[in-house]
Design a protein around this ligand. Structure first.
Ligand code: SF4
Length: 441
């Protein structure tokens, strides 16, 4: 009789893809994959561990699963992912309910690790974090109509506040032909929206081909039948070449949405955080992008309370946001991560950092409201996601799943998740656009 295993994946989409690959390897080895982490022989918790909030979430999940183990609903617990890589000794000593730990360099050894854990052996395996990606299948955990394409692993940027290069290793691109083949398989399995992810997507190819190959990759992905939308996440500001901007502008399948984490805009802070580029460069880049790609939605990530951020530097960031009117902004409070240069620097009180996060969120909600009003009476293409009994939910080109908003709309027609419809935007409520389906013109 085959063993049952359930997977819980935390953190980013890249981690989710790793989890999907582990699920595939386990299913190939004859394990029964259970959607529910109860009444199973093994639970694999694929953790995130790059900032405090993520670490707390992972530990809470491990403790909740340990409780089920104590109640006899779970046989064994295997912890994988970034928290496992980062706290190699602490996890087993401080969480004795855990039966095994697998680092980020050992995902492909999930089957042998599971066998050992189920046989009662406590596993601790940490392969090199620079391990080359292995081409393997995936069991998709996203709804059928969209999926992620992880084009590379690791990061060479070494921002002073970030532990990811330590946890995920140096930047390693996957081969163009492997990515094309995977994207074709995803399209054949029903993917309509393909979301390109990596720690730094704009660097794709530099290690393997000696030059940036994201433009070429995107052109190839756009030729794949069945894919309707291609979305690009995690680009680094000074890696956005004119060639890439041209492809983003010219290819109709590539949604006019771009994610460019900038973290801050003050030149001294950027320099101390080992971030390339300065405020003038960012302003020039955003102006160039908006001029070349009409209707472009810009997403960024910011950190409030970084070392060196006083009232003046924070106000400078707010002024930049008021001027740039970025449509999508994720903001986090600085988390001094042990082992990073930034953690050894003086930084504002965490309470001040949290308050600055709130101030940026308030500022951005005004930007969002004004932008929503600018969309009234416009028709937007919407990817249908759900029906709540009264109206449909979906996402426009401006909405990436799980992090942005959605569009709620009425329709006389029947739709299935994955359908593309045209919606006339009539209003906005609680940060969401509302409207009515109209015919494609
Ligand atoms: S680019 Fe992103 S993943 Fe890479 S070091 Fe900087 S913050 Fe971390």
């Amino acid at each position: 009789m085959s063993h049952t295993v359930s997977f819980i994946s935390l953190g980013c989409a890249k981690n989710q893809v790793d989890c999907e690959q582990m699920m595939y390897l386990m299913a190939q080895a004859g394990y029964e994959i259970s959607p529910e982490p109860e009444n199973v022989d093994l639970v694999v918790i694929n953790t995130c561990g790059f900032i405090d909030a993520a670490k707390s979430e992972a530990i809470e999940q491990i403790l909740a699963t340990a409780q089920k183990k104590a109640e006899g609903l779970v046989g064994r617990i295997l912890v994988t992912g970034c928290l496992a890589q980062r706290y190699q000794q602490e996890i087993l000593t401080e969480l004795p309910e855990v039966d095994g730990v697998l680092g980020t360099g050992s995902y492909y050894d999930i089957v042998s690790a599971a066998e050992q854990v189920l046989a009662g052996t406590v596993v601790q395996e940490y392969g090199s974090v620079h391990t080359a990606a292995r081409e393997t299948g995936r069991i998709l955990t996203t709804p059928e109509h969209y999926s992620y394409l992880k084009i590379a692993e690791g990061c060479d940027n070494c921002c002073a506040f970030c532990v990811i290069p330590k946890l995920r290793g140096k930047f390693r691109s996957r081969k163009l032909e492997d990515l094309e083949a995977e994207a074709r398989r995803l399209a054949q399995s029903g993917t309509r929206e393909l979301i390109v992810v990596a720690q730094d997507s704009s660097r794709y190819g530099i290690d393997l081909y000696g030059r940036r190959m994201l433009p070429e990759l995107l052109r190839r992905l756009c030729r794949i039948e069945g894919l309707h939308w291609i979305r690009v996440h995690y680009t680094y500001p000074d890696e956005l070449s004119d060639e890439l901007i041209e492809v983003l502008a010219a290819e109709p399948k590539i949604v006019k949405y771009l994610d460019i984490p900038i973290q801050h805009v003050n030149d001294t802070i950027l320099r101390r955080m080992n971030r390339r580029g300065n405020k003038a460069y960012l302003e020039g880049l955003f102006a160039k992008l908006r001029a070349r790609i009409p209707g472009l939605v810009l997403r960024t990530s910011l950190i409030a309370g970084l070392p060196g951020e006083g009232e003046a530097e924070f106000e400078e960031l707010c002024q930049f946001l008021r001027r740039q009117k970025l449509e999508r902004v994720g903001v986090f409070a600085f988390s001094p991560e042990e082992g990073t240069p930034a953690a050894r620097m003086d930084y504002p009180d965490p309470e001040i950092a949290r308050h600055r996060v709130e101030l940026i969120e308030e500022l951005q909600s005004e930007v969002l409201d004004a932008w929503h009003v600018s969309l009234f009476d416009r028709n937007l293409e919407v990817l249908v996601e759900d029906w709540d009994g009264r109206c449909y939910y979906g996402r426009s080109y401006a909405d990436s799943p799980g992090i942005d908003g959605s569009v709620r709309f009425e329709s006389e027609r029947e739709h299935r998740p994955g359908d593309f419809v045209q919606v006339k935007i009539l209003g906005a409520e609680d940060g969401e656009l509302t409207g009515r389906e109209v015919d494609f013109v």
